[in-house]
Ligand binder design. Structure first.
Ligand code: 13P
Length: 255
């Protein structure tokens, strides 16, 4: 396994954007624009209420649907949460876990990220697990330590054979929604730290096989350079995934 044989995954993370009707219209517009572009997996991670219209609109296309979070319990008194089974039954294939916005605003910790990751892969979902340092952590020189720690915490108790259902997204917090993108070298280095952590836990072969995305102000202009890097196997895209034309350019850059 190497960059050429690893699966490239271009995933949109819509965050709290798009209504159900906007979702249907968006996917109907996007589908012909990305049809036949099978050099990467194409995923849209959408708000909970948009899942069903997204799955419906994506039927028969090469667009796959993801959720933005999943709870770690199978059911119970967890108001506002969704179980893995609820998601899979709706046709969801991917789920974003541990996004920095969840960590920052909703009390997500490395422990809950780990539990959610286990619940996702045990249910057959592909988990897109987000890790990333703040600007302060970077300036203090802790980027490598932090990325390896977050990665290892997220993957605790994951079985080696489940790694094929895990994608790690390196998203430097300072680059998210700021318009400040990591340089391609910074993205490559950060993704390399993540890969090294996987190697330390599961061995070199597993590390070579795992898809590691970059996220943080990836857009139509910078995607090609970021995706050219040896450790960058795709992108997790916020703002630019809300425009069909921009998202298509990023998909094209991954072919
Ligand atoms: P932006 O692309 O808007 O910076 O968001 C990145 C992100 O957080 C994807 O999960």
């Amino acid at each position: 396994m190497n960059k050429a044989t690893r699966r490239t995954v271009i995933a949109g993370n819509w965050k709290m954007n798009m209504t159900p009707s906007q979702t249907t219209a968006f996917i109907k517009e996007l589908a012909p624009m990305v049809a036949g572009k099978d050099g990467c997996d194409i995923v849209l991670c959408v708000p909970a209420v948009d899942i069903t219209p997204a799955v419906e609109a994506a039927k028969g296309t090469n667009i796959k649907v993801g959720a933005e979070n999943v709870h770690y319990k199978e059911s119970g008194a967890y108001t506002g949460e969704l179980s893995a089974k609820m998601l899979t039954e709706c046709g969801v294939e991917y789920v974003v876990i541990g996004h920095s916005e969840r960590r920052q605003y909703f009390g997500e910790t490395d422990q809950t990220v780990n539990l959610r990751t286990l619940a996702a892969v045990n249910a057959g979902l592909t988990a897109i697990v987000c890790v990333g340092e703040t600007l302060e952590q970077r300036e203090l020189g802790y980027t490598e330590t932090l990325l390896k720690y977050q990665t290892k915490m997220a993957l605790t108790n994951v079985k080696a054979e489940q790694l094929k259902n895990i994608i790690i997204a390196y998203e430097p917090v300072w680059a998210i929604g700021t318009g400040v993108t990591a340089t391609a070298d910074q993205a490559d280095e950060g993704n390399g730290f993540v890969r090294a952590a996987v190697a330390e836990m599961f061995g070199a072969e597993a590390a070579e096989a795992i898809t590691v995305q970059y996220g943080g102000s990836m857009n139509a202009k910078n995607a090609a350079e970021l995706l050219s890097k040896v450790n960058v196997d795709g992108g997790l895209i916020g703002g630019a995934s809300l425009k069909t034309a921009d998202f298509t350019v990023i998909v094209d850059a991954a072919q």
